[in-house]
Design a protein around this ligand. Sequence first.
Ligand SMILES: [Zn+2]
Length: 117
Amino acid sequence: MQEYEGRCHCGAIKFSFKAPKIVDGLRCNCTICSNKGALMSSFLVPQEDLLVEIKDGALATYKFASEVAEHHFCKICGIYPFHHTLRKKGHYRVNLGCIEGVDSLKLPFDVIDGASL
Ligand SMILES: [Zn+2]
């Protein structure tokens, strides 16, 4: 396991977690993921392992459809650092573009069929 740190663009939201070495990512074809175009982690981070530091109440949440998935974003810079997944309660996927030391543009990825969920 490796320790990773991430942040939104303005730094109002910082987070850290432990995960296996990041070698790939995941994209999803649901309406919101295709709008965002973010490369998300292929692994899930349990809520208790995701340490989040928020300044000035910057974390906002967008929900739609089933309202189970929670799409978190920074109210100040608009970046989307992580989401609470629909697939497993209490688990998060993180935006690999926000992780220090990870070049999300160079990682291979799979596409999940979130549109059918
Ligand atoms: Zn921000």
